[in-house]
Design a binder for this molecule. Structure first.
Ligand code: OAD
Length: 232
């Protein structure tokens, strides 16, 4: 039984809840140019287009429910006696809705806004536009989705890296391993001596960096993995 676990999740864990992944054949980046909607340059060039994209995503994910894989990770957090940290690249809120608490959204959250004027981060469920007013500093026209874009620094990297240095089990779930720094976490965990496991539909970009792998839909392989871990 490990004494400290770090789990990394990506879009694949929410796929069976109905939320599209990014890089699968029908994924979001096959339909939308990420440079237009997920970079600071895209926002500077056409903020209305970026607001339209995230307003659509915020509305779209509202109807989806956590699945058995989210529930299994919430159970692992609850029933595992050691150190535990769940790091997600996902901007949906399915992990917390399943009951996860020791959770970092390293790429931000759809249902939060960030003010470019004062840096305030606030819960945001409504449409966002160039006319939106910051509830902290009251500036108009400075609100953006609280989502980390390409070229920006993910949240809470110091805390994540400290957990990686101290873990003896690292599990990566439903991520293609294309986006750094998350794709490099397996190396950091290995350097700390952790056992590393990939649970994904198919081998990821960095599959050969893991000690072990299981391939299949998350709702099957994640609950089974948690069951074995807690039963061990
Ligand atoms: P990707 O779309 O790149 O990868 C999703 C992974 O999930 C793929 O390896 C799929 O094979 C796998 N997958 C699909 N369905 C699955 C299922 N039912 N069960 C298990 N695995 C499944 O998504 P991420 O790796 O999360 O960042 O992408 C990382 C970041 O790139 C995102 O956070 C986002 C994106 O651009 C930003 O927007 C900043």
């Amino acid at each position: 039984m490990p004494s400290a676990i770090v789990i990394l999740t990506g879009a694949g864990i929410s796929a069976e809840s109905g939320i599209a992944t990014f890089r699968d054949p029908d994924g979001i980046w096959s339909k939308v140019d990420y440079r237009e909607v997920a970079t600071p340059q895209g926002f500077a060039a056409n903020p209305a287009r970026v607001h339209q994209f995230y307003n659509w995503r915020r509305n779209n994910v509202r109807g989806f429910e956590p699945n058995a894989a989210h529930a299994a990770l919430a159970r692992l957090e609850r029933d595992f006696a050691g150190e535990f940290l769940l790091v997600t690249q996902n901007v949906d809120s399915l992990h917390e809705r399943a009951g996860s608490q020791r959770l970092i959204h390293m790429h931000g959250q759809h249902d939060k806004a960030l003010c470019n004027a004062c840096g305030g981060r606030t819960i945001w469920h409504d449409e966002m536009s160039l006319a939106s007013r910051c509830p902290c500093c009251e500036e108009v026209g400075q609100m953006r989705p609280d989502v980390v874009w390409f070229g920006e620094t993910p949240y809470e990297l110091d805390r994540i890296q400290a957990a990686l240095r101290g873990c003896d089990l690292f599990v990566s779930i439903g991520t293609s391993g294309n986006v750094y720094p998350a794709a490099g976490f397996v190396r950091e965990a290995r350097a700390a001596g952790a056992r590393t496991v990939e649970l994904n539909l198919e081998p990821s970009q960095g599959a050969d960096l893991f000690h072990e792998a299981e391939h299949g839909p998350a709702t099957g392989i994640v609950p089974a993995f948690v069951e074995r871990l807690l039963g061990a």
